[in-house]
Design a binder for this molecule. Structure first.
Ligand code: ADE
Length: 235
């Protein structure tokens, strides 16, 4: 997979040169490329923003730098061109799973009050938001999405590692414990040290349901609850 970032702050993407994102690059699973779209402003002062027509607060990103920077990229008709903005569709694990199957993504990261609407209308294939809050720019959102997407590409991490992830199953993840079995009197639940795998899976499923019911009941609206599931969330 190739991921291009159109940004005014290419250095911010240095964080992707660590840990699993670095390993994914080293293994050739993904290639990152941060492009400063100021280099494509096409005017003497490299101006990338301007006052809004009709007046109002803040500046608006001009269309030329984004159109020109995108023109210079090697694209296919399958390239997904994704605009980072708080008005976008919510970025979820499902969206991450679907983007992990693509071969080329371009993230457009703005740093101003808004984008000239022609960017939205004529360039982008998707508009995505990481949550209902406003960041100073799209870079941290693009980095967050990249991390969530790239870890799902086969061979990035072991597939079993994300099979039980919160959200992948439609439920939050069950509690985890490691050694020691007794830490200063705080004990690991007996079932987990019993070696009975059927009971362990039953307990984990119960915990996933209870945790989801307590913390994110909204997720249960779309989860296919069975008759026996109800007894764990009604008590
Ligand atoms: N840019 C500013 N805020 C954002 C958000 N919540 N998601 C994506 N991009 C953004």
């Amino acid at each position: 997979m190739k991921i291009d970032f159109l940004t005014l702050f290419p250095e911010m993407f240095e964080v992707l040169n660590h840990s699993i994102m670095k390993r994914a690059q080293d293994k050739g699973i993904v290639q990152f490329n941060a492009v400063n779209f100021r280099d494509y402003a096409g005017n003497k002062h490299h101006q990338v923003d301007d006052y809004p027509y009709g007046g109002g607060q803040g500046m608006v990103l001009k269309p030329e730098p984004i159109f020109n920077a995108l023109d210079a990229l090697d694209k296919t008709d399958k390239t997904r061109i994704i605009l980072m903005c708080p008005q976008g569709k919510p970025f979820t694990q499902k969206v991450a799973e679907s983007l992990a199957e693509e071969s080329h993504l371009v993230f457009i990261c703005g740093h101003y009050e808004g984008y000239d609407e022609r960017i939205r209308e004529h360039l982008v294939t998707d508009e995505l938001s990481i949550g209902d809050y406003v960041l100073t720019g799209g870079e941290l959102a693009a980095i967050t999405m990249t991390d969530a997407i790239v870890r799902l590409i086969p061979e990035s991490i072991k597939e079993e590692s994300h099979k039980d992830d919160s959200f992948s199953t439609g439920l939050l993840e069950h509690p985890q414990y490691t050694r020691p079995a007794d830490f200063n009197g705080m004990k690991v639940p007996d079932v987990l040290v019993s070696g009975n795998h059927k009971n362990i899976e039953k307990w984990r499923h119960e915990m996933r349901l209870k945790r989801t019911y307590e913390r994110r009941p909204d997720l249960l609206e779309t989860y296919p609850l069975t008759d026996s599931d109800y007894k764990y969330i009604e008590s």
